[in-house]
Write a protein that binds this ligand. Sequence first.
Ligand code: ATP
Length: 402
Amino acid sequence: MPSLIKMKDGRAITPPDPEIPFIAGDGIGPEIWLAARRVFDAAVAACGKKRRVAWLESFAGQAALKARGHTLPGETLDVIRSHAVAIKGPIGTPVGSGFTSVNVALRKIFDLYACVRPQKWIPGVPAPVPDPSKIDFVLFRENLEDVYAGIEWSSKSAEAGYVRNFLRTEFHIDLPDDSGIGIKPMSEAITKRFVRRALRFALDRRRRSVTFVHKGNIMKFTEGAFRTWGYEVGRMEFGKRTVTEGEVREGASAKGKVVLKDRIADAMFQEVILKPGEHDVIVCPNLNGDYLSDACAALVGGLGMAPGANIGDQAAIFEATHGTAPDIAGKDLGNPSGLILSGAMMFEFLGWEDVAARIRGAVEGTVLAGTVTGDLARGRKDVTQVGTQKFGELVAAGAGKA
Ligand code: ATP
């Protein structure tokens, strides 16, 4: 009988034989999962006989809708709850009313408050910047608050009329009568919990710096407060191991410490392109993080290469950041690297760093050898294009090498 992973203080306690649920997902999901699983099994097997993973299939999205009449069945939620850690392929949201996004629902149900997206360039991957070798970011995006909290009313609704009226009578703020209304909540406790996780990560992994990205110059009491609360966590909870950029400028030593800095969001878009070496762990509110993470993913080779995770204190779900790619589904064309590298993140989270290193090394080796999927082969004569499964086989062979 395989064993269960437990979470304590937001960290995983991993038995040598964990059972890990997977959701293959929709569109290219089943193909990329097949390729990725082969890589995971090869990497685990190569790391010694004492460890093994039992994969447990769970369903969500279209497959679940067909079989169970619901895109997110209760039994899938029970499995994630009892197993704490899961990995999934992309899940589409059917267009039209009545379907909420499975991805958003999972974040809310399991309180997965931190979206984590590493962006590291792999040699051999085409990049749109002159020197991508300096790009090695881990972007933390707050997952639950900000304009994504879902508090929104259309211009014609009674609720929007009520809020406009309230603002007019109570605060003398006169909005046009055809204004839609959205609310942007950002709270101290949720922000601090999120920043705490990012700072712990930076310290555990010996990263050089943490950059808070905000528009506090314009939105002082939401984005500006995010910045203030970020520095407060740094100073009050990790004071001995952090130093601010300002203090370093005045002569303080940064030796052995994580340097805390902040940037206005628009300036940050320039800096990740022009001065990528200056940033390391990047900590963003929800909307800034949404924009910036896709931009950073483009700098290191695009969607097919981008891994991700949604992490809370009780559960963590690892997944590629791309969608279901319906245009190439079923054609053996999808790049499984995003999901494979999400698996590497998962093994690192479980404390199996050796497995993670094997997986990352094998993806790098395969790409560097010039064997890539269609998304990376486009317009290039110096590489050989292979299908999803062949790419998975090559990476698995690399991951399993003695
Ligand atoms: P969804 O509605 O699920 O978000 P989408 O097509 O709108 O799907 P993505 O799935 O992210 O969004 O795809 C955007 C583009 O990137 C598509 O042309 C798709 O083929 C391509 N793409 C996404 N993921 C991959 C991948 N893993 N390998 C190759 N191409 C990919």
